[in-house]
Every structure is written in structure tokens, then in C-alpha cells.
Design a protein around this ligand. Sequence first.
Ligand SMILES: Cc1cc2nc3c(=O)[nH]c(=O)nc-3n(C[C@H](O)[C@H](O)[C@H](O)COP(=O)(O)OP(=O)(O)OC[C@H]3O[C@@H](n4cnc5c(N)ncnc54)[C@H](O)[C@@H]3O)c2cc1C
Length: 405
Amino acid sequence: MTDFSPTRTAALERLSAFLPKAGSTYAKRRNYDLGPDRHTEGVSTLSPYLRHRLITEAEVLEAVLARHSLKSAEKFVQEVYWRTYWKGWLEMRPGVWTAYRADLQRQLDRLKSEGGLRRMWQDACEGETGIEPFDFWAKELAQTGYLHNHARMWFASIWVFTLGLPWSLGADFFMRHLLDGDPASNTLSWRWVSGLQTKGKTYMAASSNISKYTEGRFGGIHGLAQAPRIPEAPADPERMPIPLTQPVSKDLPTALLVHSDDLALGDVLKSAPQVLGTGVLTDVSNRSPLAIAPHVQEFATAAINDALNRWSDRLAEQTFLSPDAVADWAKGLGAQQIVTPYAPVGPVADDLARIETALRSKGITLARVRKDYDSAAWPHATHGFFRFKEKIPALLGAMRGIETV
Ligand SMILES: Cc1cc2nc3c(=O)[nH]c(=O)nc-3n(C[C@H](O)[C@H](O)[C@H](O)COP(=O)(O)OP(=O)(O)OC[C@H]3O[C@@H](n4cnc5c(N)ncnc54)[C@H](O)[C@@H]3O)c2cc1C
């Protein structure tokens, strides 16, 4: 079973073990899901670390390109940029996140009154549908907090098209259990499988494909949907520019706010070298309206503690806070400004928006510090990935040496 130890040291070890495979091995083997004990043979399993930025995308790309040419590591580099692309795409269309959360709430309300739907949803979440690989992946996810990318695609396709369950309930099942549960990659990948992201283009799981790419672990699966029924969804909102951020003022008494979306604190501390104190938001329960799996909260809390330990000499006194308590805490410290790493569209950004309103009523500003890596790449996520990926060589060229972890 792949072990996900929530430390930067573990992330760096994992990266260094993966580096020899990041070229042609990854390109050939990345689609094979060989089971929970063998994931690291084909893929990096870095996603829980990237999700919380115990390691950054830029660091991973730098390390891979120090070892391989861009040509030989192209496939891996592109996958890392898929993550970045989804983030930029959602950042320019925050209404898609809001619409997902609203649809999810509607579907959760339906579960209260529609017994048949509720039973099917429960069976799917518990891995009791009778579709052998699907049931295996549901249990693997609940037990380990990780699924191979191909298994995520097959699982989502069977959820939507074979079982006929609402896609947003599936996305929520992933968000409650994945250690890497990410508002952009998860929501938009579920939309992509369902035919809502690239309009009319769905992903259909096929028995022969599952058999081939699990090397026969599963085969002869009967009853998988052959024809997609694309769910209804509202039209996408108009694209907006990437939001501007409030600049950090060097002259104001400043406190730092740490959260689980970005634990690479180097650049936020560079912008505010002296802080009066550090507030810490550890609760990630708002990734879902339902209870999230204990391992998801434990991973996030331990990842935050790992970052706090590494930066302890720069953080002054640390206070663990709920979002509602931040404004009073900042006022009590005498802060007139809070600096925090930028949180992309999702639950943490939703919390920061509420915190900002409470701070404003006390005359305190909130400055979100966005990484240059994100600011350079996100504005290119205007259309599909194929247009975005043309920018990768230029983005890599501009990226070298811009990050402080
Ligand atoms: C339905 C569905 C839901 C998903 N939900 C999430 C999620 O919540 N969080 C998440 O991080 N990824 C999600 N993904 C994308 C992808 O499955 C995971 O990023 C990948 O499996 C992580 O494993 P890895 O680190 O071993 O990947 P590797 O293959 O080693 O790739 C390296 C890194 O590139 C990025 N990456 C790779 N593939 C993708 C992809 N298809 N889309 C976006 N980024 C990618 C990840 O950051 C990953 O860590 C989802 C995909 C699907 C089909």
C-alpha cells in the first residue's frame, strides 16, 4: 500500500525515487493501474504533497528537467501543467465552483426524500454495487485516500453513465476521501468525464480498456453503459480576468495567516519578513457539506504542522483559529494587515472572502500573496488544454529560479 507520510521530507524522498522514471517510463506506464501496492511503479504519487504545496509544481518541474530533456519528460511535464491549467480555468470562472456546490446541495436534499437514489448512492460509496472493479476502487479510495488517474476516470464514468448517479455526488465522494481532493482538478475532471467540460465529449469506461490497463486484474465486466446520457447543467459563466491582489504594505503591523492550500511559505514571508504572530486555519471540513474522511483532515493537519515546524523561527507566536475567530485575533495582536498565501477558487478561498469582510469591519486589510508560477500560467487557461500547452516552453523558461519554498 502506498504510504503517504505528511511531511516535506517524505515528498522530497518520493520525488527523488520517481526522478529516474519521469521520462520514457512514465510515458509508457502512466496509464497502467497495477493496484495499491504498485502505484509508484508507473506514476509519482506526488499529488497529496502538491495539493498542499509541501512541494511545489515548480520544484517538481525543475528537478525533472534537471534530469531529463523536455522532449523525454514531456508527458510528465504536461500532466503537472494539467493541474495548473485546471486551476487557471476555474480561477477565471468561479461561478462553476459555486454552481457545483449548489447542485451538490440539491442532490443531497434529493437523497433525503428519494429512497431509491439514496440506496444506489450508498452502495456506490460503500463499494457494494456488484461491479467488481468499481467496488474495489470505492474501497481503495476510502482506505488509502488515493486512486490512480485511470481508475478515477473509469470510476467517474461508471458512476455517471452506468449507475446513472449525479456527477456532483461523485465529485463530493472524491472530495471527502482523496488526500489530494482539489476543487479545480476534481470538479473539472468530473465535468470532463460527464461531457460538461468539453461540451458533448464524454469518457466512456470499457471492459477491454480496464482489463488492458489493469493487466488483467479486472476483466469481463458486463453491463457497462455503451451510450452516454450527458447530464443537464447550466451554461458556463462568462470568463473573468484573474483577480488582482491587494499589495502587501511594508509599513503596517502585520500578522500571517497559514492555511492548507499553500504551505510553501517562502514568498509570503519574503513579502512580510516581520510578523506579529501567525494564525493557523487547520479545519478542512468545508471541502464537503458531509463529513470528510478522518485521514483527509489528519493529512492536512499534519502537513500544516510540518510547515509550521520548518518555519518556526520566522512565525512568532502561533494560534490555531477557526475562520470566525481571525478578525478578533488580528485586532488583539494590533495587526493592521494580514498576509496569507493566495488560495485558488475553492473552500479556503471561500473562507478567506468571509474573513476579509470581518477584517474590513475592524480596519484590517488582507493581502493574498500569489506565486509567480500561478500568475504567469493561469491567464493562459482561456480555452482548452491544447492551446494552453503551447505556452509550456515559455512558462518553463520564465519559471526558473522564481520560487522560494
Ligand atoms: C474524476 C477525476 C477526479 C480527479 N480529482 C483530482 C483531485 O481531486 N486532485 C488532484 O490533484 N487530481 C485529481 N485528478 C487528476 C489526477 O487523477 C491526479 O492528479 C493524479 O492521479 C495524481 O496522482 P499522481 O500524483 O501519481 O500523478 P502523476 O501521474 O505522477 O502526475 C504528477 C502530477 O501531475 C498532476 N496531474 C496528473 N494528472 C493530472 C490530471 N489528469 N489532472 C490534473 N492534474 C494532474 C498532479 O498534480 C500529479 O500529482 C482527478 C482526475 C479524475 C479523472
